[in-house]
Design a protein around this ligand. Structure first.
Ligand SMILES: Cc1cc2nc3c(=O)[nH]c(=O)nc-3n(C[C@H](O)[C@H](O)[C@H](O)COP(=O)(O)O)c2cc1C
Length: 378
């Protein structure tokens, strides 16, 4: 009997816990149909908004590779070497809502048993903007979307009331979530930004606003490297760059660190993990730290645009993992989800050699006390 990969996340039944993240792999009806044919349990559409979108006059995404043979770390010096990261400054979908609406309906009709999550985004600075969130939410759910993902994390917005600028502000992201929840009849996930000092603050805020799950994370704020010969940024338009988003292998440990802080702070809440996943072993990190689903972008972009081989590997990897660990009682994701969440502790809780104590730097170990603090005893 083959292992059971199905799971229920925020009340939605998934054939497997693997989704394509909101990005180019999910920017069109044909891509999404191909993704479902390839076996993805769900997709999150490229973010849909009401504002006109115009992207930069040049490439929107590039891939940084490290090549030990040539000694280069570059986006432009060939496809040899190892993938380090993706970098993008692509805005949300440049297709309007009325382009998306009939397509969402057709996708859901063609694949009723696969999960279609619609990513939506508007502003928060006026009643009109807040109404736009509700317009988007209602239009998507009327077409049969299974859930909504609020893009509170797009890193490329100049407006202070949009994208990651909302996601960095606990009052704004809580309020926007509440506004969508007023009209939503389907689960609402909030996708947060890692451009925050402490994501547990915004996670708490969106949960207070009624979010059914936190998704973490979007790309990390970053800029392309400078070419040592031309002294130009490896990606630029007329010599200029702007802060964009880093994804792919290099963000896996960074994203995990944010994730475990949030799953520890809210152990009973639902989390969807994103960042640097290209095979099951990567996804397993998110599951063991408490996530109920995971999402993939960069790896899928580099695999026939929708990741047919990536999803095959994720499914085969999870099947092998369940079979290998059947004796531990692992029959489904719920049996190992969160198993290592509590293993991340404060530094002073890590064992010191030979029974010596360490109090996290709070006592005067090795130093004189009182007015001599800071001066060595001997
Ligand atoms: C070219 C590109 C476009 C993206 N567009 C969106 C978007 O429209 N909405 C969104 O929520 N995230 C967007 N993302 C972020 C991804 O969904 C994902 O959070 C991020 O790439 C990290 O995952 P990864 O390491 O698997 O790439 C985009 C990423 C890339 C590379």
């Amino acid at each position: 009997m083959s292992a059971d990969l199905s799971t229920v996340f925020t009340g939605i039944k998934f054939q497997n816990p693997f989704l394509l993240a909101s990005a180019p792999p999910t920017e069109s009806e044909s891509n999404i149909m191909r993704a479902f044919e390839a076996g993805w349990g769900g997709v999150v559409t490229k973010t849909i908004g009401l504002h006109p979108v115009v992207n930069v006059a040049g490439p929107k995404t590039k891939f940084l590779r490290s090549n030990p043979e040539t000694g280069t770390l570059s986006m432009n010096k060939g496809r040899g070497g190892v993938l380090q990261s993706s970098w993008n400054w692509e805005l949300i979908s440049d297709k309007p809502l009325d382009w998306w609406v009939p397509r969402l309906g057709r996708i859901k009709k063609a694949f009723p048993d696969r999960v279609l999550i619609c990513s939506i985004m508007a502003g928060s600075g006026s009643d009109k903007e807040l109404k736009a969130w509700q317009t988007l939410a209602k239009a998507c759910q009327e077409q049969g979307a299974d859930g909504l993902e609020l893009n509170l994390s797009c890193p490329h917005m100049d407006r202070p009331d949009m994208g990651s600028n909302i996601g960095k502000d606990q009052a704004q992201c809580s309020f926007v979530t509440q506004v969508v929840k007023e009209v939503a009849k389907i689960p609402v996930w909030a996708k947060l930004t890692p451009a925050s000092a402490d994501m547990t603050v915004e996670a708490g805020a969106v949960f207070r606003g009624g979010a059914d799950a936190v998704v973490s994370s979007n790309t990390f704020p970053s800029i392309p490297l400078l070419d040592p010969d031309s002294l130009e940024f490896e990606m630029n338009v007329d010599g200029l760059v702007s802060s964009g988003g880093l994804g792919g292998p290099s963000i896996l440990p960074l994203s995990l660190a944010n994730m475990v802080r949030m799953t520890q702070a809210y152990p009973d809440k639902a989390f969807s993990g994103i960042g640097g996943i290209s095979d099951f072993n990567h996804a397993l990190n998110y599951f063991l730290l408490g996530c109920g689903t995971v999402q993939v972008c960069t790896a899928a972009m580099l695999d026939h645009a929708v990741g047919p081989n990536v999803i095959k590997q994720l499914i085969a990897g999870m099947q092998r993992f369940l079979e290998k660990n059947a004796s531990k009682g692992f029959k489904s994701l719920e049996d190992f989800r969160g198993l290592r969440r509590e293993r991340v502790v404060s530094h002073s809780k890590i064992r010191r050699p030979e029974d010596s104590d360490y109090a996290g730097g709070y006592d005067a170990e090795g130093y004189a006390d009182g007015e001599l603090a800071g001066t060595r005893k001997s």
